[in-house]
Ligand binder design. Sequence first.
Ligand code: ATP
Length: 287
Amino acid sequence: MKNRLTIAIQKKGRLFDQSTDLIKKSGINFSTKGDNLLAKSNNLPIDILFVRSDDIPSLVSNGDADLAIVGENVLIEKSLFKRTYIEKIIDLGFSKCRLSFAAPKNNKIKNFNNMKIATSYPNTVKKYLKDNNINASVTNIHGSVELTPYIGMSDIICDLVSSGATLEANNLKEIEVILQSQAVLIKNKNLTKNKEKIADKVISRIQGVVNAIESKYVMLNVDASKVKEICKLLPGSESPTIIPLEDSKKVAIHALCQEPIFWETMEKLKAKGASSILVMPVEKILN
Ligand code: ATP
């Protein structure tokens, strides 16, 4: 695999679908068969490794994988208290969640001193306790963390939350967020020149797909005298194109907006005299 770049992604779980989708949208063609743990791209010198999320930081740090997609929570947990050779490259904007303390709803907690805390993220929790001068004990458990307060194993838990529905279903309340997380693209810091070249191409394509997600192409017509006012309302657009129309008083404005366009923005554009306002999705951007 010396001259082929390896990209590690989660083999199954919450990150799998969006990771494979992102890689495919970046023009890296590969097919997966059944439980195969390795897929070879047929159009680029790239291999995809399907592994457990927990193993991804050490695979990248040791150079067994060159790039990877992983939750930032896992990256932080596995990188604390040791030297790693990992560089975070891009915030990918999906799998957003937070690591939070939570306790049974009837438990009136004043502070965390002398508490028993159960978590799958012991390093992150220990760092938080140390930074905040809290004296508490931490128990590492890999799953069913929400159960631990009810069997006497813990007073409070520290676990990942996205909607809060799992906490609610277990009669737990969120007390404090200690980390915000999302999927990130990471890279080994010591790639060979050859691999660095392939990695640069992949990174720029992935960045292009990520940029496009929030971007919209906006087209509208307006009175030529209103161009400046209208352009000020277009979020994240660099230099819109102004095209004359048959009606000589009017122009068309076309702009790439690298920020979301909400209904409120469209309503403001309309109020300033814009008409035929079209907002279209953008698939890829190469800056
Ligand atoms: P492994 O691949 O090692 O089995 P896992 O059991 O943690 O990992 P998932 O439950 O699929 O796998 O979670 C993968 C990642 O998804 C988490 O590390 C986190 O970054 C993200 N995530 C987003 N929302 C949540 C949530 N509500 N609960 C757990 N993880 C979440």
